[in-house]
Structures are given as C-alpha cells and as structure tokens.
Design a protein around this ligand. Structure first.
Ligand code: ADP
Length: 400
C-alpha cells in the first residue's frame, strides 16, 4: 500500500511517497516557485535527483507536475496514480476543532477554512494543496494531519493568555502550539528507547530547526509548549523573534512609523538569528561566524542556548520532574555543540551529558552519562511517517 504525503506552502509543495509495507520512502520531491517565474520540480529516487523546469501558475498545475514526475517512465516510481491508496496532507492550524487527524470531506475542508484567520500564512496554502490534489485525484481518499492536534491536551492554565477572557470566548485567542507530529513522534520513540511505558514518563521535547518549539509531554500528553497562537512565540528561531514584550512593538512602530503588518513581517522574517547576527538565518552560518569571533553571532547563539535552558527548567518544574530531555530537528539532531552547551550545569536537575557520546549527528542515541538520572536523547524526527501512519490508520488498508 502506497501513501503520498503532501505539504503545501504558498509557493512550494513538498511530497513524499511511502510504501507502508516497510515504511520505505519511494520518492521525495519539492516543487518551488509556484506562481513565480522560475518554477521547478526536484524529485529524488534512491538518491538520484531529477529536475524539471516548467512554468506553474497555480497549485493545480503543480500537482499535475508532481503526478507526471511520479509516473514518468524513466525516473518515476509509479505506473499510474491509481497505485496511490491515500494522500496525507499536512495542515498547520487545526484550531480547537481537531484533536486528531481527520479524513477530508466537505465538512473538514470547511473547518480548515474556518481556521485560516488564525494561520493566514499557512492554512490557505495547505487548503490550496488539498483542493488541487482532490481535483487531480478525485477518487483517492485523503487525510488531514494537523500540527496543532497533539497539543490539544494542554490544560487551560497552559493555553490561555493573560488577556480578557472574552477574546478567548469570542475569537479563540489562545496558545495552540505547533510541530505536534514531531513532538508526538519523538515522545513515542523515547518511550521505546527507554523501555518504559509512555504513560509514566515526563519528557521535555526540543524541536529545534528553522522554526523551533519546546514541549512538556507528561504521561504521553502535551501539557505545555512554547509556540503560541502562531509559530512566532517561544525561543529565538532562524528568522522569528520568539518571545518579545508586546509593548516593544508599539515603541518600534511609533519610532519607525511602521504599521502592524510591517512590524509582524519584521518579527516573522527579519528577526531571530538573521536579525540578531545580521549574517544568516541558518545555524551553521551563524556558528561559523561565531567561531571566527563575530560577537553578534556569538550572542545570538548564547540567546538560543539560554532560551532552551529556561524552557527545560520551567517544564521540569511544571511536571514535577523530568525523565528525559529529547533533542530533534535540524539543529537538535545535528548540533552537538548546542546540546553540550544547553546541558551544561544541569546536574542540579539530575541531568549530565556524556560529551564524547554526544558528538554525533542525526542518530537515535542516548547521550547521557550512565549515572544521569535524567536521560538525554537525540532522536531524528520523522513527521512524514506520522502523517503516513495516521493516513493509513484512518483510511484502512485498501491495498490494490
Ligand atoms: P525546518 O524547520 O525548515 O524543517 P530543519 O529541521 O531542517 O528546518 O533545521 C534547519 C536548521 O538546522 C538550520 O538552522 C541548520 O543550520 C541546522 N543544522 C543542520 N545541520 C546542522 C549541523 N550540522 N550543525 C548545526 N546546525 C545544523
């Protein structure tokens, strides 16, 4: 049984074809610059890359391009799209409506649409991807998997903001949290690695990539997370500011004569590593500059270390202890320097890192000292497999 996973952005579309028999990736693709000059598709099969360049004006044309790449008789992997049993779509904002993944029908589409106001940068693009796939593959069942669903177990004391309750009641202003598929996946893997039931574990999961979020996962459920109503809150990120005193916005806007959209653009796209270092949004570039003595780069990195430390301490306190701290995503999996620095002086918490063991990239491994009460784990995330598994679970095995 083959499942296609689609992650549609406003001008891009990522896809992956998975054979659920052994969860092997058959093909992986990225379509870029949809609706912009220079559209192209890059597809990887068994490490071999193929690039197709052709103008794309919308997501329907992008999906057609994906279909012809997947079924191409030279470098494709399918004879026909009928071989695909189901499509799993990543959807960023599920709001309070979705506490789990859902089979896509008109009602589900309307509910995703209703959440567009909460995630104007993401949900409309996700919807365009879903609609385009339904148009091109009208008979194939589809499932929506939400970044927010895993965090719907948070109690009100974690998800409410200290603003008048009316805003929550009328507008659903609250913390939703994101990267749910990743936090959920690594929590379950941690339980397997530790050989203990997830129902008795208190975990802090650190998803550190271009976008970063931390979560407190108590007994298998998310009880708090650092991203908020949007993915802007929390630790500093590639281009996002993370936490800022909201009054700073008014001050900058008044001083620089900016409107709120310009201000939010700055916080979303020109802040974080990029804005602080003036060098790059990419951790590797900032690390390289810091090593060469660039002060601003050094401070940006130290701010991220400190931000992560603060959340670990806070979440350990909230859960009454912590059994394991998990590092995942681009920086969490690869950046051993970051893991070492974040875990420095955490012995008071019962956590000590094995500095030698920790010098690994992208491996599932326990990097804590043998006597460390708190286990420190590196777990490569796999959001695609969560989407594929959820899709399979919801549509059933309809192999043909
Ligand atoms: P996204 O949020 O876009 O999925 P990723 O999870 O791929 O992002 O993470 C991208 C980040 O991971 C970048 O900041 C990149 O520099 C960082 N990264 C990748 N490899 C390394 C490495 N070897 N050392 C430190 N950071 C790394």
């Amino acid at each position: 049984m083959k499942i296609l996973i689609v992650n549609a952005g406003s001008s891009s579309l990522k896809y992956q074809l998975v054979d659920m028999l052994n969860e092997a990736t058959l093909a992986q693709g990225l379509i870029e610059r949809i609706g912009i000059e220079g559209s192209k598709l890059t597809q990887k099969v068994n490490g071999e890359k193929n690039v197709v360049k052709s103008p794309l004006t919308n997501h329907i044309e992008a999906v057609e391009m994906m279909v012809s790449a997947l079924t191409n008789n030279v470098y494709g992997v399918l004879k026909s799209m009928d071989e695909i049993s189901a499509v799993g779509h990543r959807v960023v904002q599920g709001g309070e409506h979705f506490t789990a993944s859902a089979v896509i029908n008109e009602e589900v589409l309307a509910a995703i649409d209703a959440n567009c106001a909460l995630a104007p940068l993401h949900n409309p693009a996700n919807l365009m991807g879903i609609r385009a796939c339904r148009e091109i593959m009208p008979k194939t069942p589809m499932v929506a998997v939400f970044d927010t669903a895993f965090h719907q177990t948070m109690p009100a004391k974690s998800f409410l903001y200290g603003v008048p309750m009316d805003y929550y009641k009328r507008l659903r202003v609250r913390r939703y949290g994101f990267h749910g598929t990743s936090h959920s996946y690594v929590s379950k893997r941690a339980a397997v690695m530790l050989g203990r039931p997830i129902e008795e574990l208190r975990l802090v999961t650190c998803h550190l990539g271009n976008g970063s979020s931390m979560a407190a996962v108590q007994f298998g459920k998310s009880v708090d997370t650092s991203m908020g109503m949007t993915p802007l809150e929390g630790v500093i990120m590639g281009t996002r500011s993370g936490n800022v005193d909201p009054a700073v916005l008014q001050f900058i806007m008044n001083s620089e004569n900016l409107d709120i959209n310009q201000m939010l653009d700055i916080l979303n796209k020109e802040s974080g590593f990029l804005g602080l270092s003036g060098i790059s949004s990419d951790m590797r570039d900032v690390e390289e500059a810091a090593e060469k003595g660039d002060k601003a780069a050094q401070i940006a990195i130290e701010m991220l270390y400190q931000g992560i430390k603060k959340y670990i301490g806070a979440y350990a306190a909230v859960m009454g202890g912590v059994d394991a701290i998990i590092f995942t995503a681009g920086i969490g999996e690869n950046g051993w320097e970051l893991r070492e620095a974040v875990m420095e002086n955490m012995e008071f918490l019962g956590a000590s890192i094995d500095k030698e063991k920790n010098k690994v990239r992208s491996q599932e491994i326990d990097v804590s000292m043998p006597d460390s009460k708190v286990r420190i784990l590196v777990i490569p995330t796999n959001e695609e497999i969560v989407i594929a598994r959820d899709t399979l679970a919801l549509v059933g095995n309809t192999d043909h």
